[in-house]
Design a protein around this ligand. Structure first.
Ligand code: NBG
Length: 753
């Protein structure tokens, strides 16, 4: 095994951080080459618009089994590996849970020895970088590839032609190695266009949306508030899947496929609807290669499987026919014929691919022409079957299945919480890192005061570390003795950061009235709002303005602080989750497909405060009611209420004085002084006139549940037991388990190990 010293050409002592970093990177890449890649006759291609992979160095060193050696070699030279970790810049290739799930999945695929590629786009700036000015979110481009991170991406000499109307684009494929834990590697294959020009970006994240050759891969989810922006998304999606389809066909032919038997060589997982056009694109290519279109439909159906990640209408993409006529005119006749085939079989207009208004429904295309349709948590899959996609479920009951999400334990505890990892391994050995069920053995220590004291001590150390880091990062001072109450996730009304905010306002008003919480509380928010999502930005604004008031009020701040974290990302989650006490998972029941943050918190000994939504339901079942705090309307009640259409937020406001006071505070003099009157009013009105995600009916039960959690926290040993049970029961949520299930039920790949 080579050492860092072999790559630096001089003593490590004399190296700059950059030189050390590059040496570690080369060492990693060589180690991957030595290990080789999982291979086999059949391979899964996991196509996704996002891969939120996080920093790579430490994760790779851990997976390759050389972290300790590298750390020791650096230490001998008086260097600290954490300086390299801090120096590393996080890739910007994803947005939220969907992309992080894809990243956890490729880790598990590699670890389990399954032949697999992640396939996506090599965005230049990915998701925007968030800053706060005047208590408002500002978006700037995240030039992550400029920061040495691009070195992780190998340029290959694979190029494909992608025809978009009159425009002929030529792609370049890049590769990032995906290390498996103690196994061979996998690959992430990302496509780009050499002509893309970052200089096209003007102020903030504005750019000329018409110049496709120059802008195609600049950003993930470019602003879609106008037609040009929406059209650009279609270009991106088609570029991604046309490359994927050509790659898949080429590779399968190389492995011996005659294309009629493509399903013996490839499985394609369509991650949400962004890659759906791979279906007609494959049909097109197969037909070009001489396969009858009817047969091509069957081949594609046998190859493709679709994962649904949301029931929110806005995320179930539909595109007007004229977009496709402009961007993919050669696919439109195929989509039309595929729709005709559907129409010939099923008369129900609601299941057609192209509706009466000429809109193409991507999910419908996926369901008809995939052999598997899965939801991402049990409740979510049931809602798909019985409500949202019921008309399809009636046609194809055999296609529907559930695959409850998971997370890779290598990143989400081994890497981010080494002290807890060590403690667990001291008690139950190392086996749990690849066989997560073994974590249950910890249950036998759930009554052991010495063990419980240890986990509390470790949590306290993490809290102190986070407080120190936070002060350096954004100048906020928090009390490590306070309860860390944490909500970190994309900003969306259905996730209900506004409910948490209303609670914090209520708490503030009580403190002003003389009430003293038993212990100080720090409420952390971390979230980016899509730049075109006005109310989401208003919620950020309200949190920031309120934070100013609370944190600067000497009567209040010793008891309550409200912190909005700037530019929340994977690296920050890795620091904060190990330090968290309460995990806020408070979406409106039925709306959060699964959630995966909830699993990360649990694994790190935070206790969930949540609604019975998404994977929270399964968490509750596993840990039992003593080890979770649940509240709020049930998904059935919510679905019923939507059906009746009789929710009037003002009625709830009128009958609850506490709620009234909290809501009114949004437009109080104090808030208007700290913030922007217009934006605050906009949020206030939204809540009073609409509140589409039913915050008000859950307010009272949320306050009660939070009060119960805070009271329980004071019984330190009782709380530690809850922590222990949560950690012990987290094994089910390993993405290794999820991937094993995908493979057993959908892909049927052979392991290369
Ligand atoms: C998200 C859901 C989460 C879920 C992740 C991963 C989208 C469209 N969906 O609940 O909101 O955990 O997908 O499945 O980002």
């Amino acid at each position: 095994m080579k050492k860092l010293r072999d790559y630096t050409g001089k003593s490590l002592q004399d190296c700059t951080i950059l030189e050390l970093y590059n040496a570690a990177l080369e060492l990693t890449q060589d180690a991957c080459k030595d290990k080789g890649y999982n291979s086999g006759k059949k391979k899964v291609y996991y196509i996704s618009a996002e891969f939120l992979i996080g920093k790579l160095l430490s994760n790779n060193l851990i997976n390759l089994g050389i972290y300790d050696e590298v750390k020791a070699e650096l230490a001998e030279a008086g260097k600290d590996i954490t300086d390299l970790e801090e120096f590393e810049y996080e890739p910007s290739l994803g947005n939220g849970g969907l992309g992080r799930l894809a990243a956890c999945f490729i880790d598990s695929l590699a670890t389990l020895g399954l032949p697999a590629d992640g396939v996506g786009l090599a965005y230049h700036c990915g998701l925007f970088k968030q800053s706060f000015e005047d208590n408002k979110q500002h978006a700037r481009p995240d030039y992550w590839r400029k920061w040495g991170m691009a070195n992780w991406m190998r340029r290959t000499d694979r190029h494909y032609k992608v025809q978009c109307g009159d425009l002929e684009l030529v792609s370049t494929m890049y590769e990032i190695d995906v290390t498996g834990y103690g196994s061979k590697c996998g690959r992430l294959r990302l496509f780009d266009l050499d002509t893309v020009n970052e200089r096209l970006i003007g102020s903030g994240i504005d750019f000329d949306k018409e110049e496709i050759e120059k802008n195609l891969t600049l950003f993930l989810y470019p602003d879609d508030s106008d037609e040009a922006g929406r059209m650009l998304r279609v270009y991106q999606e088609y570029f991604m899947v046309s490359n994927a389809a050509q790659l898949i066909i080429d590779e399968c032919v190389e492995r011996g496929s005659d294309l009629h038997d493509l399903a013996d060589y490839a499985a394609i997982q369509i991650n949400d609807t962004h890659p759906s056009l791979v279906i007609p694109e494959l049909v097109r290519i197969l037909a070009e290669k001489g396969i009858e279109e009817e047969e091509a439909y069957q081949i594609v159906t046998d190859v493709c499987a679709y994962t649904n990640h949301t029931i929110l209408a806005e995320a179930l993409e539909t595109w007007p026919k004229h977009f496709f006529k402009a961007v993919v005119p050669h696919l439109m006749p195929i989509i039309k014929r595929m729709n005709d085939a559907v129409k010939a079989k099923y008369s129900d207009p609601s299941v057609q691919i192209i509706d009466g208004n000429g809109n193409v429904h991507m999910a419908h295309l996926d369901i008809h022409y995939s052999h598997s349709v899965n939801g991402v948590a049990r409740l979510h899959t049931e809602i798909l079957k019985n409500t949202e996609l019921n008309n399809f479920y009636k046609l194809y009951p055999e296609k529907f299945n559930n695959k409850t999400n998971g997370i890779t334990f290598r990143r989400w505890v081994v890497e981010c919480n080494p002290e807890l990892t060590e403690l667990i391994s001291e008690k139950i050995g190392e086996g749990w890192k690849t066989d997560a069920k073994q974590l249950e053995q910890l249950l036998s220590y759930a009554e052991d005061p010495a063990f419980l004291q240890c986990i509390v001590n470790r949590k306290n150390t993490e809290k102190k570390k986070f407080a120190d880091w936070l002060y350096k990062y954004q100048g906020d001072k928090v009390d490590p003795e306070s309860v860390y109450d944490v909500q970190i996730k994309r900003l969306h009304e259905y996730k209900r950061q506004q409910l948490n905010l209303l609670w914090a306002i209520d708490c503030y008003l009580h403190i002003k009235d003389g009430y003293r919480p038993r212990r100080p509380i720090t409420v952390f928010f971390g979230a980016k709002a899509a730049p075109a999502y006005v109310i989401a930005k208003d919620i950020i604004h309200a949190i920031l303005a309120f934070g100013k008031i609370v944190n600067n009020d000497p009567d209040v701040s010793p008891y309550l602080k409200v912190i909005m974290l700037r530019n929340y990302n994977v690296s920050m989650a890795e620091k904060l989750i190990p330090a968290s006490d309460i995990s806020e998972q408070i979406s409106l029941a039925s709306k959060e497909a699964s959630g995966t943050g909830n699993m990360k918190f649990m694994l790190n000994g935070a206790v969930t405060l949540g609604t019975m939504d998404g994977a929270n339901v399964e968490i509750a079942e596993l840990v039992g009611e003593d080890n979770i705090f649940t509240f709020g309307q049930s998904s059935e009640e919510v679905i019923e209420r939507y059906k009746r259409g009789d929710y009037v937020s003002k009625d709830w406001y009128k009958k609850n004085k506490r709620l009234q006071a909290a809501v009114d505070f949004l437009v109080s003099d104090e808030m208007e002084e700290a913030g922007d009157k217009k934006l605050l009013k906009q949020l206030y009105e939204e809540l009073l006139k609409q509140d589409w995600f039913m915050t008000f009916p859950d307010f009272e039960s949320y306050c009660k549940a939070k009060e119960k959690a805070l009271a329980a926290y004071e019984d330190r040993m009782g709380w530690a037991k809850k922590m222990a049970v949560n950690i012990a029961k987290a094994g089910y949520f390993s993405s290794d388990r999820t991937i094993e299930q995908y493979n057993k039920d959908i892909w049927h790949l052979e392991k290369d190990c």
